[in-house]
Write a new protein. Structure first.
Length: 94
């Protein structure tokens, strides 16, 4: 895959303007930096925390190559990882 990958690391929770800023960077790279045979750029915003509803509405109608994710400073221990897996499995059953 030949494309630019733009990564923005935020030390706090992601805000709507962080998403808009990444969308602007992606537009710039698509129009000004891409070569004719390049694929569209991919934008990744990594933040300490994210509000799923804020991300949903802030990315509404935007390029599907823009991703917002939460990062962890430390790997979870065994019990925390088990609880996280159980939560995901339980929430998917609803």
């Amino acid at each position: 895959m030949k494309c630019f990958v733009l990564i923005d690391l935020k030390v706090n929770a992601v805000q709507y303007d962080d998403i808009g800023q990444m969308n602007m960077y992606m537009g710039y790279f698509a129009e000004e930096e891409n070569e004719p045979d390049d694929n569209p750029p991919i934008g990744i915003v990594l933040a300490r925390d994210k509000d799923e509803l804020l991300v949903k509405y802030a990315t509404y109608g935007m390029d599907t190559n823009l991703f917002v994710s939460k990062y962890e400073l430390y790997l979870p221990n065994r019990e925390e990882l088990k609880q996280l897996v159980d939560k995901i499995m339980f929430d998917e059953e609803d």
